[in-house]
Design a protein around this ligand. Structure first.
Ligand SMILES: *Cc1c(COP(=O)(O)O)cnc(C)c1O
Length: 366
């Protein structure tokens, strides 16, 4: 079996975790502080606030910016439900632009949606490909709206402006088990503004600046030192792991791009794509359906995923939701029917890559 993701831990992780266990202090402490420092340098920001997952990172960012009832947030229609759930959670209203062939939110579809109620734009760096942040930054300053980056899939990616993702607005990362860097469950918000940082630290910890001095109704969004210890060693190996992902993606594309009816993923010019997922798309010229291809991969024991099988709002619970405003996101709806992600993780061997290529080639030549 060639799995779609694979997590490998070495002695350096065991040593870190054992160190925390032996210290007897397993909740938020010194390891979380160390983790925050590593995250701030990853995103090139002044600081970072660690939380218990990527969804709460988004909620914390929205709350710190004062986004709530009556406010609109514009995001991508092609993302994981967490992006939308965070907007709903804080009481705001979600609106959607459309994606382009990069699968990321197209800035041209965002500006027409801006109204006096718009409080933030929340682009997603899908599959590890940075969204067009230089454009979003212009739109944001022209219209006086905040930027929040859903960087859950894009640790260490950098934009067309040669800046790290997470350095434009508040940068929300996930450290869930399947992400490029992981702590099992975990998240972080990268931040430059000291006031926003302080507000997030307070909200994260039941609204307290000092023990039992409640400033605001808050949450328990704290990360544990145990989780931080799992993530810490991965920062040192991140650039090597990302290089392998990039090599794997280019090996796959150099063969798969020759297949008629199949569109291979592109890395936009000047950006550093970190290949959380390698996602191909069956075009109108394809002689097989996505389900045919999925069945063949299944038979050949090659992992795959539909990321994502529908536009994020395309479920009854969102279609019937009063605070989810649906526009015409036709690319998202079309691509959701035709994308399929193949393994690209750094633990693939050359023979795994050859096998993936030949199985896909054979599927299309039937
Ligand atoms: C994983 C993910 C999240 C949520 O992160 P969790 O840590 O699972 O809560 C949010 N947005 C996107 C795009 C993701 O892929």
């Amino acid at each position: 079996m060639i799995p779609i993701t694979k997590v490998v831990f070495g002695p350096e992780h065991e040593q870190q975790v054992l160190g925390v266990l032996k210290s007897g202090q397993i909740a938020q402490g010194a390891k979380v502080a160390e983790f925050e420092g590593l995250c701030a340098s990853m995103a090139g920001t002044r600081s970072a606030v660690a939380v218990n997952n990527g969804t709460t990172a988004l909620v914390l960012a929205l709350r710190a910016l004062g986004v709530g009832e009556g406010d609109e947030v514009i995001t991508s229609p092609f993302t994981f439900a967490a992006t939308l759930n965070a907007i709903i959670e804080v009481g705001a209203t979600a609106r959607f632009g459309d994606i382009d062939e990069s699968y990321n939110l197209d800035p041209n579809t965002v500006e027409p949606l801006i109204t006096s109620r718009t409080k933030a734009i929340m682009p997603v760096h899908l599959y590890g490909l940075p969204a067009q942040m230089e454009s979003f930054q212009k739109i944001s300053s022209r219209n006086g709206v905040f930027l929040i980056e859903d960087a859950a899939q894009a640790h260490f990616a950098s934009t067309e402006g040669n800046k790290p993702v997470g350095s434009y607005g508040l940068g929300c990362f996930s450290f869930y088990a399947t992400k490029n860097l992981t702590s099992g469950e975990g998240g972080v918000v990268t931040v430059n503004d000291p006031q926003l940082e302080e507000s997030m630290r307070t909200l994260r910890n039941q609204g307290m600046k000092q023990r039992y001095q409640y400033e605001v109704p808050g949450y328990n969004f704290r990360m544990t030192d145990l989780a931080a210890a799992v993530a810490i060693p991965q920062f040192a190996s991140a650039s090597e792991m990302i290089s392998i992902r990039q090599e794997n993606a280019s090996k796959l594309s150099s063969e798969l791009e020759r297949i008629e009816g199949l569109s291979v993923p592109r890395s936009a010019e000047k950006t550093n794509h970190v290949w959380h997922q390698y996602t191909i798309r069956l075009t109108e010229e394809s002689n097989i359906t996505r389900e045919d291809l999925a069945n063949i991969l299944q038979e050949e024991s090659i992992g795959y995923g539909f990321y994502y099988p529908r536009a994020v709002y395309d479920y009854d619970c969102y279609r019937n939701h009063p605070r989810v405003l649906i526009e015409n996101s036709s690319n998202a709806e079309l691509f959701a029917k035709s994308v399929i992600s193949l393994p690209v993780h750094p633990h693939l061997t050359d023979s795994d890559l050859d096998r993936i290529v030949s199985v896909v080639q054979t599927a299309f030549s039937q």
